[in-house]
Design a protein around this ligand. Structure first.
Ligand SMILES: [Zn+2]
Ligand SMILES: [Zn+2]
Ligand SMILES: [Zn+2]
Length: 52
């Protein structure tokens, strides 16, 4: 059974499947850009999400 949790990025509203997420330091992110703290100021690109 897949577990869905909110992306660990504070600004991000996306839900991520832990089996299919970008993991960093034990936290799960929806996208590589979230996992690196948006160091390059690129958003995750998911619809309705304004994190960047
Ligand atoms: Zn997002
Ligand atoms: Zn995210
Ligand atoms: Zn994010």
């Amino acid at each position: 059974m897949a577990d869905k949790i909110k992306c660990a990025c504070d600004e991000c509203i996306c839900m991520v499947d832990t089996n299919n997420a970008f993991e960093k330091d034990g936290q799960y992110y929806c996208d590589e850009s979230c996992s690196n703290g948006h160091i390059d100021h690129v958003g995750c690109g998911h619809e309705g999400c304004g994190c960047h």
